[in-house]
Design a protein around this ligand. Structure first.
Ligand SMILES: [Zn+2]
Ligand SMILES: [Zn+2]
Ligand SMILES: [Zn+2]
Length: 204
């Protein structure tokens, strides 16, 4: 078990006048569930406990939108959806075209970027001639203006740490949610001495 300073992902509540920040599925202040099309995910450097079992935080990859800096998850299904026409649901590219498009790609992000380039070159669906909408991949683009000529896809993914919730409270929560009022006067004396240097009598 050790402490390390790590970039931790947190959510910003989108409820008007709330703006709470949290790591779970719901805002602890107004109890609204997180909506990735309205709420931003950001990064903060925090001290976290690592090498504990079960893990409190795990490393994952996120896309950071070059426009609004929102962090979002890129999934295979997002790429699958954009490989099809949104009018007639036919594939926009043949298998051969896809194989060529993706020939030197290793990651899902690289495939998404190549696919986006292909969509923009195509402009209309080869089956129904419907136009291919230019929608940024960042989920916040649905509520926050992003220019349509940007893909919202970064060059590289970012490594972030995300709370697992396999175990109880995090250090962050201990500092914010423990009710001070419940401790009474005995602990007030303790509180006033906690930031003092230990005396010679107290050998830790
Ligand atoms: Zn809230
Ligand atoms: Zn964005
Ligand atoms: Zn079509």
């Amino acid at each position: 078990m050790r402490l390390r300073l790590a970039p931790v992902e947190y959510k910003v509540c989108a409820t008007a006048d709330c703006g709470g920040t949290y790591e779970g599925e719901r805002c602890p202040h107004c109890h609204a569930a997180f909506d990735p099309t309205r709420g931003q995910k950001e990064l903060a450097d925090r001290l976290i406990l690592v090498a504990v079992d079960p893990a409190m935080y795990e490393q994952t990859h996120r896309c950071r939108c070059p426009v609004c800096k929102n962090l979002f998850d890129l999934r295979e299904e997002n790429v699958v959806v954009r490989a099809q026409c949104h009018h007639c649901a036919q594939p926009l590219f043949s298998r051969t075209q896809l194989r060529m498009l993706w020939k030197d790609t290793d990651t899902l992000l690289q495939r998404a970027r190549k696919l986006e380039r292909g969509r923009r070159r195509l402009e209309v669906c080869p089956h129904c001639a419907g136009s291919i909408p230019l929608e940024p991949w960042c989920p916040l683009a649905r509520t926050v203006p992003h220019a349509s000529e940007v893909s919202g896809l970064p060059q590289n993914s970012s490594v972030v740490w995300v709370r697992t919730f396999h175990s109880g409270a995090s250090l962050e929560e201990l500092q914010h949610t423990a009710p001070d009022g419940a401790w009474g006067t005995v602990s007030e004396e303790l509180t006033s001495t906690l930031d003092e240097e230990p005396t010679d009598a107290e050998q830790y």
